[in-house]
Design a protein around this ligand. Structure first.
Ligand code: OGA
Ligand code: NI
Length: 348
């Protein structure tokens, strides 16, 4: 497998990474078309120490941000900066290992519990994305999950456990606030809806000599419930907003939060899953760490009855098992409309 992280710095872009003009990111970081006055909300969680008044205010901010953007950033979220940095260093250390140490992990077999690959397995086109990644189950630290993690660098597993424990707590806090903001029981998301193994993607985008002809990651929606992403201080993530790509500007110490398809379905469309993608840059390597909160495979997904009203606001989606959705997503190559189609209720 030809990994970008094994290659010396590129002086030019090899042709297999050059997209035809119509598929390039029309807007680049230094030519950002999104008006400057539109930025994602930054929500202060006050380290989890929320009085009742503040709680309902923060819950309302989250719902407003979710409805308008489907994306927001959280600060003072209670996850220690040292824990984030320590895992980021360990993950960067994994990509920096000699090629032969990483070889055993290289695979496009999606059933592998820890795998390293390049580009993406969703776009079957010829052109490669300027990205290497690892994907694996990161939480809980069950024996089945832990034994698939790499033994090098030695810090990887212990720092991962610490990071995921903290991020799990933050995810549950956010889900509690979402439930409260929607008028659902505080524990609405706490059971099977968020009880599957958390999956992690660590994406590595080395500097690219010509960002105008490459893409880091294809436009997609996340398939699960909730994503918490650390991008540190290098920009590259863009979210669709009002028909344009909005740059998710790095905010010191923040997590970027967005909703997956299951949140859209369970909330009957109130909190939509929004398309996003990554672009490259020529200056700095970028690494993003995305934690994807999943329902259990056997979880029954359906619009929350509390949010459905057969006369005014009928259910938009049918009931299904989460495992069925996972298969449909792979078959639809992550395309938002194609994947949702088979779960929609038609009313014509
Ligand atoms: C993802 C993702 C964006 C990024 O891993 O699902 O959208 O900034 N990553 O790398
Ligand atoms: Ni994503």
């Amino acid at each position: 497998m030809e990994l970008l992280c094994n290659a010396p710095a590129h002086a030019t872009v090899p042709s297999r990474y050059i997209f035809p003009p119509e598929k390039r990111a029309a807007l680049q970081l230094d030519n950002d078309l999104t008006p400057d006055d539109i930025t994602l909300p930054i929500i202060d969680l006050h380290h989890g120490a929320l009085s009742d008044d503040r709680r309902s205010q923060v819950a309302a901010e989250i719902i407003a941000a979710g409805k308008e953007f489907g994306f927001f950033q959280v600060v003072n979220h209670g996850v220690e900066e040292d824990a984030v940095q320590a895992f980021r260093d360990a993950a960067a250390g994994f990509f920096a290992l000699p090629a032969k140490e990483k070889l055993p992990y290289c695979s496009y077999d999606m059933s592998k519990r820890f795998r390293l690959a390049t580009s993406t397995s969703y776009d079957r086109g010829e052109t490669r994305y300027w990205r290497d990644y690892v994907k694996f189950r990161c939480y809980p630290p069950s024996d089945d999950n832990v034994r698939c993690w790499p033994s090098k660098p030695a810090s990887f597993a212990p720092r991962l456990v610490e990071y995921c424990e903290a991020v799990h707590g933050l995810a549950q806090t956010l889900l509690g606030l979402v439930a409260e903001g929607l008028g659902l029981d505080a524990g609405f998301f706490a059971g099977d809806l968020s009880g599957g193994d958390t999956h992690m993607s660590v994406n590595y985008y080395p500097p690219c000599p010509d960002p105008s002809v490459t893409m880091g990651l294809l436009a997609h929606c996340d398939r699960h419930l909730l994503t918490l992403l650390s991008q540190a201080d290098v920009a590259g993530l863009q979210a669709m907003h009002g028909g344009r790509w909005l740059l998710v500007r790095p905010v010191q110490g923040a997590f970027v939060v967005n909703f997956g398809h299951q949140m859209e379905i369970v909330t009957n469309g109130v909190l939509a899953s929004v398309e996003h993608r990554a672009v490259t840059n020529s200056v700095a390597a970028r690494m993003s760490v995305a934690s994807h909160v999943h329902p259990t495979d056997g979880c029954l997904i359906r619009p929350a009855p509390e949010l459905v009203d057969e006369a005014e606001n009928p259910a938009q989606y049918r009931e299904f098992l989460f495992s069925e959705f996972m298969e449909a997503y792979d078959a639809a190559d992550a395309s938002r409309d194609d994947v949702l189609e088979s779960f929609k209720i038609r009313r014509d």
